[in-house]
Design a protein around this ligand. Structure first.
Ligand code: UDP
Length: 390
């Protein structure tokens, strides 16, 4: 267990992690437990994986208000971290009903259950998709929020709900806006597994595993240096850490926290593929296709809220951990588990021959909205500078 220090604030539990069987949720559960925080996972397992959860698990759908109320009465959570959502941009365009029901209505149910049971604090997974097409870069928190997909719109609706519930009912709310989550647990026990997989890094590594013959590059005519889209890839363990810190900030009295979570550095699709080639030793053939609908050319976080790491190329780190997770047959990782797919890899530990964990220096500044008399010191409590995890 990692002891709490002034740069690693304590969180009161139990924490109800809604959607804790999914990708970012399961890493956050693991991270909270490593910091001694008792966790209960609530997940309907529609896209999450039972095998990714070792904590007490309540298999409950957020649409089921009765069972939700029963769980809140029994668990009496000190705080909620809410990941459960539908998250495919393309699907949200063709089936918006699903997104308004599963994201907006189900979150309303959750907030009502919190109100009824007196649970005040919630950290909600928001997204840079709430900004829409950037009118300036990098994206800071004060950039206009004009989402272009129903997915982004549902997330923005929820941000507004959170703000209104905070002001009217005294909930304390945090909404980290993620950029591109990437990577796997550095000890190799947890990774990423979506059905269907649409994300660039896992798909590229599936090519390296021989599961696809090539990776499709969606558009090479963007106004970027190499013509492909640029994204800000943040490691999933950094996201997990940020959620714990956000909850600690709420518990110390901050009432509203809307903040970007990215590294502040962008990598193009071609750079990601190049990195995966280097990490895996595989040629990773490519195919050029039309632009994918709804893809802005560049999404990179800016402003005061930025997570930086000193271990060099972040895409490389994400690729290495994901690659090891998937048992990609690259030379340095050959000694690792040869789990044929991420589902199995979720359960099979591996030994990564890429060497020791990198030492990182992290800076996480937070743009906190201080309301109802919170002191600056409390709001800055989430900020940490200095080396960690050597
Ligand atoms: N992308 C790609 N080929 C793929 C999947 C993704 O070229 O098979 C591109 C996509 O167009 C975007 C970037 O990779 O510019 C990151 O996409 P991803 O789906 O991983 O994350 P998103 O930015 O959509 O959240």
């Amino acid at each position: 267990m990692v002891p709490s220090t002034s740069s690693s604030p304590a969180v009161r539990g139990p924490v109800l992690v809604v959607g804790g069987a999914g990708y970012i949720g399961s890493h956050t559960v693991r991270h909270l437990e490593e910091h001694g925080v008792p966790v209960v996972v609530l997940d309907n397992l529609s896209t999450g994986h039972r095998a990714a959860v070792r904590s007490p698990l309540e298999v409950v759908d957020l649409a089921d208000r009765e069972r939700l109320a029963e769980v809140f009465a029994r668990v009496r959570p000190a705080g909620v971290v809410h990941f459960a959502a539908k998250c495919y941009v393309g699907e949200s365009v063709t089936d918006p009903s699903k997104y308004y029901r599963e994201n907006v209505l189900c979150t309303w149910n959750l907030l009502e259950a919190m109100r009824a049971s007196g649970t005040r604090d919630i950290v909600f997974s928001s997204t840079c998709a709430t900004y829409g097409n950037p009118v300036r870069l990098p994206l800071t928190e004060d950039h206009p929020q004009v989402p272009i997909s129903p997915y982004g719109k549902t997330k923005l609706h929820i941000e507004h709900m959170l703000q209104d519930y905070s002001r009217a009912y005294g909930l304390r709310v945090a909404a980290p806006r993620y950029f591109n989550a990437a990577g796997a647990a550095q000890d190799g026990t947890l990774g990423e597994h979506h059905e269907p997989e649409t994300h660039l890094i896992p798909l590229v590594l599936q090519v390296a595993l021989g599961q696809h013959k090539e990776i499709t590059i969606f558009g090479t005519d963007y106004p970027t240096a190499d013509g492909t889209c640029i994204r800000d890839y943040i490691h999933v363990e950094d996201l997990a850490d940020a959620h714990r810190r956000a909850l600690a900030v709420l518990q110390s009295g901050t009432t509203e926290l809307f903040v970007n979570l990215g590294t502040g550095t962008g990598f193009s699709v071609r750079q990601v593929i190049e990195t995966a080639r280097r990490v895996t030793g595989h040629a990773i053939p490519t195919r050029i296709a039309e632009r994918r609908a709804g893809d802005p050319p560049e999404l990179v976080s800016g402003g005061r809220a930025r997570w930086t790491s000193s271990d060099g190329n972040r895409v490389e780190r994400a690729s290495r951990t994901s690659c090891a997770m998937r048992g990609a047959s690259c030379a340095p990782i050959r000694a690792a588990s040869t789990a044929p797919d991420a589902r199995r890899a979720l359960r099979v530990p591996f030994r990564c021959a890429h060497g020791s964990r990198p030492s990182r220096t992290c800076t996480f500044d937070v743009l906190a909205r201080r309301t109802r008399g919170n002191s600056a010191r409390e709001a800055e409590g989430i900020g940490v500078r200095g080396a960690r995890r050597g």
